[in-house]
Design a protein around this ligand. Structure first.
Ligand code: DAH
Length: 345
């Protein structure tokens, strides 16, 4: 066997060496590194090697000696701590190596819970495009041509595409559903929306909404309130309450904003509810008759309610995430905290 082959054989032997007792560890040392040991013998033979091979072989030989020493230390330590068996190959009692598992994003988890809650009471799920035209995002929803929401401040227009923009809310999907189907309509529309906002802990230029729409004969505001009360109780528990405040949206009449009692402090006030005990979670109202008409539904025959909520806000109340930016950074140290919920769902 050449010197190179003998080095390779000893490298293998060192790698596979096992020793349980102090005696066995000492035997390994003597056999490899002792005065008459195998590694030591190679150093003697090395003197015979031709000058041009000396460099490469010398390096490998030094490495072999180092790994034999390292292995000896390892075995010694293992035998002293009683873990001598750990060096054996194929020990079936060894704990398995844990693979890093992925997880569902907290926004996905919360969106799924929202969708499930409404699906259980008969709502279908509908979707629309994120690049939307002026008609579906604004005009059909009764936004007058000079409404400030169309302003460059809020809307990301698609360059060179005339009237197209990134949708600013999921209310655009209401219009698509009403245009494309006949009442009774009972649907929710989850999705991503965009607004030209400076990014901070409390605002982001993209976020998620879930839109709800119910259109049929004789739909009332009382049903809207009952449905939303059911929704918050199934998301947050039976003790959570809602209240409605009069508000204005171009596409609903009357309109309201919905607050729920703060789940973080339970009432007395904290930074999340701005010390009021209430947190705003959505807008809602009765679909404006003009919007029904714009979408081909006779407002003399049908009425409907609609609502729209921010998923990040609901997620914040569920998980107490203090900074909206965390949802987009996808830092694994953030994401892995939701793994238990992801596997429960
Ligand atoms: N589109 C509104 C927003 O983005 C939310 C909203 C309010 C949706 C009232 C509705 C509604 O369907 O009835 O702020």
């Amino acid at each position: 066997m050449s010197l190179s082959e003998r080095i390779a054989a000893l490298e293998e032997e060192v790698r596979n060496a096992a020793a349980r007792t102090a005696d066995e560890v000492e035997r390994f040392r003597v056999a490899m590194l002792g005065r008459n040991g195998a590694v030591t013998a190679l150093f003697d033979d090395f003197k015979q090697v031709a000058a041009e091979e000396k460099r490469a072989l010398g390096q490998r030989l030094n490495q072999l000696k180092q790994s034999a020493q390292a292995r000896w230390e390892e075995l010694k330590q293992a035998s002293e701590t009683g873990a001598g068996g750990a060096v054996q190959e194929g020990d079936p009692t060894r704990p398995a190596a844990i693979d890093a598992a992925g997880s569902l994003h907290p926004i996905t988890l919360v969106r799924q819970r929202i969708v499930d809650t409404f699906a259980r009471i008969g709502f279908t799920v509908s979707q629309g495009p994120e690049v939307e035209d002026d008609h579906h995002n604004f005009s059909a929803l009764n936004f007058p041509p000079d409404h400030p929401a169309r302003d460059m401040q809020d809307t990301f227009f698609v360059e060179g595409a005339g009237q197209y923009a990134l949708r600013t809310h999921t209310s655009s999907v209401q219009v698509r559903v009403m245009e494309g189907s006949k009442p009774p309509i009972r649907t929710i529309s989850p999705g991503r929306v965009y607004r030209n906002e400076a990014i901070s802990a409390r605002a982001h230029c993209m976020f998620h909404q879930v839109e709800g729409l119910y259109v049929d004969k004789g739909v009332s505001f009382a049903e809207l309130k009952g449905t939303l009360d059911h929704f918050v109780k199934s998301m947050f528990g039976p003790d959570v309450r809602i209240r409605m405040r009069p508000s204005y949206f171009p596409f609903t009449e009357p309109s309201a904003e919905v607050d729920m009692s703060c789940t973080i402090c339970g009432g007395p006030g904290c930074t999340v509810c701005k010390h009021s005990g209430w947190v705003e979670i959505m807008g809602c109202g009765m679909v404006d008759p003009a919007v029904l008409a714009n979408c081909g539904i006779d407002p003399e025959v049908y009425s409907g309610y609609a609502f729209g909520m921010g998923v990040e806000r609901i997620a914040q109340l569920t998980y107490r995430v203090p900074d909206l930016r965390l949802y987009w950074e996808n830092d694994v140290r953030f994401l892995e905290q939701f793994r238990a919920d992801a596997f429960r769902s």
